[in-house]
Structure formats: C-alpha cells, structure tokens
Design a binder for this molecule. Structure first.
Ligand code: ATP
Ligand code: FE
Ligand code: MG
Length: 363
C-alpha cells in the first residue's frame, strides 16, 4: 500500500510517499528558514505564501523520487491539525483537490501524533529485526517546538495523555535560550552545537520537577534563570526592565558553558519525567515494551544519548527517529496514515484545517 503524505503545518512544505506505513519511498522538504530568519521567528503570512509557491513542485518531486505515478497511490494523507491556519489550509486544499480529482481516499492526520510515528520509519525494504519486537503498549514522548507531552500509547493512533508542559514547550525553551545567548536562529541546533563544546557543570541552573510524582513540565523558570545569569537582575518590570549587563559582554567560551549547563538542566528534567512516566504505566498495569520519541528536539545529541541509556536501564526498547525525521516532514504523516487506512478511517472531502490539537485525552 502506497500513501502520499502532505505536511504544511508551520514553515516546511513537505510531501512523501510511504509504503505500508514504514518504508519511506521519498521524503521531500522545502524549508523556509531563510525567509523567517531575519524576523527571529515564523511570520504566518510569509509562511502561507511560501507554501503556495512550493506545494506543487514538492508534490511532483515526491512522486518522481518514489518512482510512482499518482494513479499508483492508494490514499492521500494530510496533516490538518494543529498548526498555523494559513499554512495548514494550503496542504489541506492540495490534498482535497488530489483526492477529488483521483477518487482516492483522503486521510486526516494530527501532526503531533505523527511525530510519534517518525521513530518507526525506515528506508529499508526489509523491516529491521527490531521492528519485529512488539512496540505497543508504548510510552510516547513528543518534544517539539510547540509540545512537550507524554502519552500512554495502545497503538499508533490510540493514546492517552499522561502529562505535558504547563508553560513553554522544550523546543521553545531552546529557541529562547539561543536568543538569550545570542546563538542565532533556529535556536535548538545552535544551542546543541555550542553545548557540546562547553562545561555542563559551569553553572547551576534550576530543574523544575513540580510535584513528587508529576509528569508535567515547566521550563519558564529555567529560561528566566538563564536570562538573569547572563544579564544580571533587572531593575523595573516588563518593558521598563533595565539589566546590569548585556549578552554582548559574553565571551564565546562563556556562551558554550552556559549552553552546556542549560542543556544539562533540560535533559535531566526530561529523563526524570520519562522515568516517572514508565513507573506510571507500570502502575496502570500497562508496562510499555517501547519508548517512542519524536519532534524537533529528538534531534538533540544529549537527549539521544541519555534516552538510549535509560532504555538499557529500564529494559524498554528505545525508538528514536533518524535525523531527517526529527524535523517536520511528510513521511511521518503518510506512515501514520496507513494505520487509519487499514481501519477504513477516511476523511470527508470538506475536511477542515484546525489550529489546535485534539490529543487531550486520546484520539
Ligand atoms: P509542533 O510539532 O509542536 O507543532 P513544530 O513543528 O514547530 O511544533 P518541530 O519542527 O517538530 O516543532 O521542532 C522544532 C523545534 O525543535 C524547534 O524549537 C527547534 O529549536 C528544536 N530543535 C531542533 N533541533 C534541536 C536540537 N538539536 N536540540 C534541541 N532542540 C532542537
Ligand atoms: Fe512539528
Ligand atoms: Mg518546524
């Protein structure tokens, strides 16, 4: 079964062809990072226009690279939630048109749920041996620009939210740390790179763990602590705040040490919460076979190392996405859609684009 996937939720225009939910036949991504760089963040109006320009060539390239014609595709899947509405509608309209013109079924996919399918994608025609081990029930962990959420997963498309962030998402915290440390945009990869050359013990930053057995997250205190460490305590509040120092005064070695200390604090928290979530699932009588991690921050070097260690210690199989599937992509959309396709869960042609996720307590 071949599924064509489309993803336009934020600032990448992407299309992919995936076979039987796992084998990636093509994965095309047109990133708009250079368009948004000088604004230091994604500008919705610019994103929407850029998707309109890229969507058709990206779709063509995905079919070409997979070596398939549109009539060989079995279904058309699109990420229709959550995201920037003006971005989502471009992908949704394209998918609706293709489904209407070809008569193929249309499948609506939640972008956040799809991030958890990314670790199960492969480019090999033969499934790897690890794929023959049972994956579900699994603990799912989304670490992205907009989400930091833990899920008990019964299947690729059925999950229960265990905990999530009460303020900033972890990727957002990385992006803000990059601004504070003047490390450039996009921030996550820049902080990670600097951190690898710094001393994680240089500066003692707080780890917010919340209540004793909480599996929720909070990163705003860490962000503020980093800001005050760099610039001193402010006098005055909000726009009136005056700081003692400027980040311009930092030396490069200091930047690297602060990045490393920040990264250490973040990953310590993530690992503590993963341990708690594994305990939670065991207590619910659902000890997970596997841990699935997805979203932009799953590209983080320290997180990948520490999660692999955790898996060994706790006896769960860890599935991390290949680097290409950590960032937003359409292969994860097409891959997850196979599960819906098999169950005959198809969408109507008037499928809406929705800005928010529905993954509050399940699917
Ligand atoms: P969501 O998926 O929640 O809707 P999004 O699609 O914007 O949000 P992703 O594209 O999945 O988020 O992830 C982007 C985030 O990942 C950014 O915040 C970026 O800084 C972060 N990120 C990317 N690489 C790394 C890295 N190596 N270390 C830490 N963070 C990273
Ligand atoms: Fe994403
Ligand atoms: Mg993105």
């Amino acid at each position: 079964t071949l599924i064509l996937g489309i993803e336009t939720s934020c600032d990448e225009t992407a299309a992919a062809v995936v076979e039987d939910g796992r084998v990636v036949r093509s994965n095309v991504i047109a990133s708009q990072h250079d368009l948004h760089e000088r604004y230091g963040g994604v500008v919705p109006e610019i994103a929407s226009r850029a998707h309109l320009e890229s969507i058709e060539p990206v779709l063509r390239a995905a079919l070409n690279e997979a070596g398939v014609k549109l009539d060989q595709i079995d279904a058309i899947a699109v990420g229709n939630r959550p995201g920037l509405i003006g971005s989502l509608v471009v992908g949704v309209s394209a998918a609706q048109s293709l489904a209407w013109a070809t008569g193929k079924p249309l499948i609506a996919i939640d972008h956040v749920q799809a991030h958890l399918h990314a670790p199960l994608l492969t480019e090999n025609q033969k499934p790897e041996t690890r794929d023959q081990k049972p994956v579900f029930p699994a603990l799912g962990f989304v670490v992205s620009g907009g989400h930091t959420s833990l899920y008990a997963m019964q299947s690729p498309s059925e999950q229960t939210l265990l905990g999530s962030t009460i303020d900033d998402a972890v990727g957002e915290a990385y992006d803000k740390a990059a601004v504070i440390l003047q490390l450039g945009y996009p921030g996550g990869p820049a902080v990670d790179r600097a951190a690898r050359q710094g001393n994680p013990a240089a500066c003692d930053l707080p780890r917010s763990l919340l209540a004793r057995d909480s599996v929720d997250f909070s990163f705003s205190g860490l962000k503020t602590a980093l800001l005050y460490t760099v610039r001193g305590r402010p006098s005055g509040r909000g726009k009136q705040a005056r700081f003692e120092r400027s980040a311009d005064d930092l030396t490069d070695p200091q930047r690297r040490d602060l990045a490393a200390s920040f990264q250490q604090a973040v990953v310590d928290v993530l690992i503590t919460k993963l341990n708690r979530a594994l305990d939670h699932m065991a207590a619910l009588g659902q000890p997970p076979h596997a841990l699935l991690v997805g979203g932009g921050v799953s590209a983080n070097s320290l997180l990948r190392e520490r999660v692999a260690e955790l898996g060994e210690k706790r006896g769960v199989t860890v599935h991390l996405p290949a680097m290409t599937y950590c960032i937003d992509n359409a292969a994860m959309i097409a891959g997850l859609a196979f599960d819906y396709h098999q169950r005959g869960e198809h969408a109507d042609l008037d499928l809406p684009a929705i800005a928010t996720t529905s993954l509050i307590s399940g699917s």
